[in-house]
Design a protein around this ligand. Structure first.
Ligand SMILES: CC(C)(COP(=O)(O)OP(=O)(O)OC[C@H]1O[C@@H](n2cnc3c(N)ncnc32)[C@H](O)[C@@H]1OP(=O)(O)O)[C@@H](O)C(=O)NCCC(=O)NCCS
Length: 295
């Protein structure tokens, strides 16, 4: 038999309160409590100013804007030097002149993008790669020199992957020779990813990818692992003929040996070595079988 819905008397009005209005009050009280919790958390985090991290964000903006302005100036002056700007203003142009404007702007964008990549390469030159090792990063303490190097390189890496408009061909240019030989990861011939030639790499300078490697969409490969109070920087090596499925995470310090396969969605723990022609999958990734070595 169904129980009748519980009723109670309101202390304030003396009226009977039905279950729906009572549960509404409880829900609203819970919601208020949750809101209070959130407010407390927000206040706590807003007190945690973390000037270092904010300086890092400002530096990132500064670097992007500086490269942007330099590219803008070089592209504009180059077109003037080669007399490539049409003489008629675009608003008075007939079709022929509008076509010339289109060509000029396309050329301007190409020069802009090449300059942007050249600036990325030049900015990387004075920053040495961080040494491999475990570095402490405790709240309230200054990060050491190795972590500062890693952070500066990550600013350049982000300026490459998140290049502001109109630097829309930076990814393609940095995957094409000769510029690819100066940027980031060593990637062997015939290797490919869903981004055609290179996957998105968190630490390109700490990643080595061999020949004929295939990397699926959404996979992250890093050369570091961040723990609560430390960052471990370690090179990740992917040898020849490896297949890494889609949506995997390969942490710093891993070595995936020749011919191995990492199944889609796997999370490969830091410092894991996957042997030749082994198949690993799962979270965390474990060996599921051996493959016969290639003839
Ligand atoms: C890992 C992989 C190569 C294994 O393929 P397979 O040799 O046909 O293996 P099977 O289907 O026989 O599976 C063997 C075992 O591994 C498990 N397994 C297979 N793929 C798995 C995965 N991605 N994650 C977790 N477990 C997996 C299976 O459930 C099975 O377990 P069981 O023996 O307990 O039943 C394949 O599943 C895979 O993920 N390929 C990558 C594809 C990809 O992402 N390409 C890039 C796209 S852009």
């Amino acid at each position: 038999m169904r129980r009748p819905p519980a009723q109670s008397i309101s202390h304030r009005t003396g009226r009977t309160i039905g279950p729906s209005s009572r549960s509404k009050r409880v829900r609203s009280r819970r919601a208020t409590m949750n809101l209070d919790d959130v407010t407390t958390m927000t206040q706590t985090s807003s007190r945690d100013a973390r000037p270092g991290l904010q300086a890092f964000l400002l530096l990132e903006m500064f670097v992007k804007l500086t490269i942007w302005s330099a590219s803008f100036a070089v592209a504009s002056v180059t077109l003037r030097y080669f007399n490539r700007w049409p003489t008629t203003p675009i608003w008075n142009a007939d079709f022929r002149m509008a076509w010339d404007w289109g060509q000029a702007i396309t050329l301007w964008m190409l020069v802009f993008n090449v300059t942007y990549v050249a600036a990325l390469i030049l900015l990387k030159v004075p920053i040495p790669n961080p040494k491999e090792g475990k570095f402490e990063l405790r709240p309230g303490t200054r990060p050491g020199g190795q972590l500062i190097r890693a952070a500066l390189i990550s600013v350049i890496t982000k300026a490459r992957y998140e290049a502001p408009f109109p630097a829309i061909f930076v990814y393609q240019l940095t995957c094409l020779p000769p510029l690819r030989w100066f940027v980031g990861a060593t990637i062997g011939p015939r290797s490919k990813s869903v981004n055609v030639t290179q996957p998105i790499l968190g630490d390109p300078h700490l990643t080595t990818i061999g020949k004929n490697v295939v990397i699926g969409f959404g996979t992250s490969i890093t050369g570091h692992t961040q723990d609560r109070d430390a960052v471990t920087v370690a090179r990740t090596v992917i040898e020849d003929d490896v297949l890494i499925g889609a949506e995997c995470v390969i942490y710093g310090g891993c070595t995936i040996k020749r011919g191995a396969i990492v199944g889609g969605g796997a999370i490969v723990r830091p410092f894991t070595t996957i042997g030749e022609y082994e198949v690993w999958a799962g979270v965390p990734a474990k060996k599921i079988k051996d493959l016969p070595p290639a003839p």
